[in-house]
Write a protein that binds this ligand. Structure first.
Ligand code: AMP
Ligand code: GLY
Length: 429
């Protein structure tokens, strides 16, 4: 079978790598891919948002399965278009992807399904939002633009003044464009964050080991929010009991509610959770694999990923054996370009990739990379996801950073504390 992966980040490199290892698969294509996916698969120069061209490519090349990485084409309805063309595709439909595409839809659905989440209110008019903020007690809140904003439409505010400013940015300055047509204001939750991803065919749910992302740019969770500077798996923050609770009180009710709403959810349901003193609460849903969470997750998956993905497409997830995981934890350290998550330069030659690849139990996933005259160069903010297995989280961390030290380019940097939360958070709770 031929498989097409859509996207060009570290998540898609990990997907292409794991899919290429499947005995069911002869050829893997990645559209558009990066310098790393070109090593595992064949890159196809089509943008993830060019749905018409992707359908045409899949038809002409007899693609047996397409796997969609990023949220933008999912929310735009890529899965519906592939299905109309009778092509097999892994991911939620446009209506199901609204769980990620609209925070208002997500919050209303959570409330409806009785899934724990922060208290919230929705506003269509800035004046109403401002009045609400002025009239209530001055407490920390989070102000969110409704639509997709590349992870930037969420503004965590310490007080009323900051919240009023956030409303201005979304509604008057239109920093996030039409994504800001509706505004969610919700209570700010305190606790530790974790990512629990599940694969579902709409009926059966396969909950994956919990991960922890590191969203802030700098060590000790300082600096601006990013797409994620590193992740590890599993996180001791989510015990087996807690994982069971999350499945029963968060994932299953959500999947059922989506089915009842005739928005059957098929694909990856990713719950971004805050583990509070009152238990886990949903911060957001994503409708795809997380990036970087996908990298440490797939590093540990021993079973055939393609068997699982096909079972979702066929609605037969209840008929396959549970996946086998490497018992060893994994740690993924993101190496980024100078200036990220703000402006950064591209085209810096990357050295030391061969040396890094020789470090045992390490896989270097590419994200923002390209090939220029036979040389791998930087081509994005998050450039590489150096991922390692180890007998303990500390050993996996050491291994990942040993490989990181081999890699150099002008302006390369990374957080130095990826996975340290594992120890700190468990001690603190
Ligand atoms: P989201 O895209 O909704 O996950 O938000 C991005 C980040 O904002 C989350 O990972 C949290 O760190 C933070 N955040 C979102 N909602 C809340 C909340 N209600 N309370 C505290 N932090 C939040
Ligand atoms: N790691 C966060 C995300 O994929 O949205």
């Amino acid at each position: 079978m031929k498989v097409l992966v859509i996207g060009n980040g570290g998540r898609e490199h990990a997907l292409a790598w794991k899919i290429a290892a499947s005995p069911r698969v002869d050829r893997v294509f990645v559209a558009p891919g990066n310098a790393g996916t070109a090593l595992e698969a064949e890159n196809v120069d089509i943008a993830p948002t060019d749905i018409g061209k992707l359908v045409k490519f899949a038809n002409e090349n007899k693609i047996g399965l397409t796997v969609v990485g990023p949220e933008v084409p999912l929310v735009a309805g890529i899965v519906d278009e592939f299905q109309k063309a009778k092509l097999r595709v892994f991911g939620p439909s446009r209506l199901a992807a609204e769980l990620e595409g609209s925070k208002v839809f997500c919050k209303n659905m959570l409330r409806h399904a009785d899934v724990p989440t922060a208290d919230y209110k929705v506003f269509r008019q800035a004046e109403r939002a401002e009045m609400f903020l002025r009239e209530r007690e001055d407490v920390p809140v989070v102000v969110k633009a409704d639509g997709l904003a590349a992870g930037k439409g969420v503004i965590v505010c310490a007080n009323r003044a900051e919240a009023l400013d956030a409303v201005q940015r979304i509604a008057q300055l239109r920093e996030f464009g039409d994504a800001g047509n509706q505004i969610v204001i919700e209570e700010r939750l305190d606790g530790h964050e974790a990512s629990v991803l599940a694969i579902t065919d709409g009926r059966t749910i396969l909950t994956l080991p919990a991960c922890q992302d590191h969203k802030r740019a700098f060590d000790d969770d300082a600096g601006p929010n990013t797409g994620g500077m590193g992740a590890y798996c599993p996180t001791p923050l989510i015990t087996n009991d807690l994982q069971g609770w999350i499945e029963g009180h968060v994932l299953i009710p959500t999947v059922h509610a989506m089915k009842r709403a005739r928005r059957m959810f098929r694909g990856v349901l990713y719950a971004g959770l805050m583990i509070t003193n009152q238990g886990p609460k949903v911060l957001e849903y994503n409708t795809r694999f997380g990036d970087p969470e996908c990298q440490p997750l797939l590093m540990r998956l021993k079973s055939d990923l393609v068997e699982i993905l096909e079972a979702v497409v066929d609605g037969t997830l209840d008929q396959i054996a549970p996946p086998v995981w490497d018992t060893r934890p994994s740690v993924c350290v993101v190496m980024a370009s100078e200036g990220y998550p703000g402006k950064y330069a591209r085209g810096k030659p990357i050295r030391g990739l061969d040396e890094a690849a020789k470090v045992p139990d390490v896989k270097v996933f590419h994200a923002g990379t390209a090939t220029l005259n036979g040389q791998v160069v930087t081509d994005g903010g998050r450039v590489l996801g150096v991922t390692a297995l180890g007998n303990t989280i500390a050993a996996a961390k050491l291994q990942a950073y040993t490989a990181v030290k081999c890699i150099r380019w002008d302006g390369a940097w990374c957080r130095k504390d990826i996975s340290d939360k594992a120890l700190k958070d468990t001690l603190a709770t």
